[in-house]
Ligand binder design. Structure first.
Ligand SMILES: NC(=O)c1ccc[n+]([C@@H]2O[C@H](COP(=O)([O-])OP(=O)(O)OC[C@H]3O[C@@H](n4cnc5c(N)ncnc54)[C@H](O)[C@@H]3O)[C@@H](O)[C@H]2O)c1
Ligand SMILES: [Zn+2]
Length: 376
């Protein structure tokens, strides 16, 4: 790209993964210091030179300045748009406010929307980009660990509506994902835990080596290099799974390991009452126990998994969650039956066949109900 030669710095690193979407390639760049080079990447990805950067009220003050500077140095007229931090911003009202900001910033079909933040910002800004003028380019700049390992990659965007979470959205692959692990230094520890749960999930379903690495660092703060290894490893796996199944027809469902019980727990306790990653953490252990009972998962898997999650300060039993007493088998079962991931009459569970290997299995609801007391 000629725009790259305008910059006197080193050549850009190669992407750690590329999602090959129906709308084009979506390279995933991970590397410390990359925030300052997001402008170059953006300039190579779109023809227009206007950008609207969306960040929430926590992330903006911490990380917006270097990103805006980088975009402006690369020739962009870059504006900012702030959203309140928190899940409540994945709303129709915030989407409408964001459309207004896109209008005022003069964002046209060749311009760019940049999501700087966690999954909330990524999902809202991504959906705004998918819908504005029937679709403009989006760039994801993850700042939460969850966004690095999960939400920024794969092109799913959504808002929540009164009837449920993520019910209105679109598949819209970002033109690039630019992850600078240095931004994770400001992430509060509890948020780090949310992402770590998804990182453990990602390694469990696809990469036994990455799981061993996670075991080797569990229980202590990770260095910058170790963090980079974890997020790059997870990004590769997520991109690979999405490449094999962009629209969640089959394989992509394995990314839901731990989520059948996890979503049910969130539903019973009320969304937001328990952080998603903590619900998934509990759900992974339950799914491992269920797999063991069904003879699909090697004996001892659930115990080893629980040990690893506990080392990352994550809960491993429903009873450990605040208000967890409300999550009896009956309540969870009812919630599972109403989950949107239920297909036909079956309840889908992702079961581990071993470390790094998983499959999605449709189970008879009666069998699930029968096993629940023993796996919770
Ligand atoms: N699109 C997908 O494929 C996908 C996948 C998984 C989850 N999600 C969605 O992601 C959302 C959850 O994402 P999340 O956990 O990142 O939530 P989030 O975006 O709300 O971020 C969590 C908190 O951390 C703060 N934060 C983020 N980065 C920070 C940083 N570097 N320093 C300091 N504070 C920082 C945020 O302000 C927020 O308060 C949910 O809405 C979920 O539905 C989407
Ligand atoms: Zn999740």
């Amino acid at each position: 790209m000629d725009t790259h030669t305008e910059h006197s710095g080193a050549p850009l690193p190669a992407p750690v993964a590329v999602v090959r979407g129906a709308e084009g390639d979506s390279p995933v760049y991970i590397g410390r210091g990359l925030l300052a080079r997001a402008g170059e990447i953006a300039a190579g990805a779109v023809r227009g030179r206007r950008a609207l950067v969306v960040a929430d009220t926590n992330v903006g003050p911490l990380h917006l300045a270097p990103l805006l500077a980088s975009l402006r140095a690369a020739g962009f007229e870059a504006e900012r748009h702030a959203i309140p931090a928190g899940e409540a911003s994945k709303s129709l009202a915030e989407l409408e406010r964001l459309w207004g900001a896109l209008h005022r910033a003069g964002i046209t079909r060749t311009d760019l929307v940049v999501a700087l933040g966690g999954g909330v910002t990524g999902d809202l800004a991504g959906f705004a980009a998918a819908t504005w003028l029937r679709g403009v380019a989006a760039m994801q700049v993850p700042t939460s660990l969850l966004a690095f390992v999960d939400s920024s990659i794969g092109g799913k965007t959504a808002i929540d509506v009164p009837f449920g979470k993520n019910l209105v959205g679109a598949f819209h692959q970002p033109v690039a994902v630019v992850g600078d692990p240095d931004v994770l230094r400001t992430l509060p520890p509890r948020e780090r835990g949310q992402g770590m749960a998804e990182a453990v999930k990602t390694a469990c379903i696809r990469d036994a080596d990455l799981l061993s690495f996670l075991r080797s660092v569990a229980g202590r703060p990770l260095s910058g290099e170790e963090t980079e290894r974890v997020v790059a490893g997870c990004a590769r796996i997520k991109a690979d799974v999405v490449n094999r199944d962009e629209r969640e027809g089959g394989l992509r469902m394995i990314l839901n390991f731990g989520h059948t019980v996890g979503h049910a727990v969130e539903k019973v306790l009320g969304y937001g009452a328990v952080p998603h990653g903590e619900a998934v953490s509990v759900g992974m252990v339950a799914a491992a126990k269920l797999g063991e009972r069904l003879g699909e998962t090697p004996a001892g898997t659930a115990e080893a998994l629980a040990e690893l999650l506990a080392a990352f300060s994550l809960p491993t039993r429903v009873a450990d969650l605040p208000g967890g007493a409300a999550c009896g088998p009956d309540a969870l079962f009812a919630a599972m039956l109403s989950d949107k991931k239920k297909l036909g009459a079956k309840i889908h569970f992702v079961l581990l066949e071993g470390w790094g290997r998983a499959k999605s299995v449709p189970l008879d609801p009666a069998a699930v109900r029968g096993a629940l007391p023993a796996v919770l």
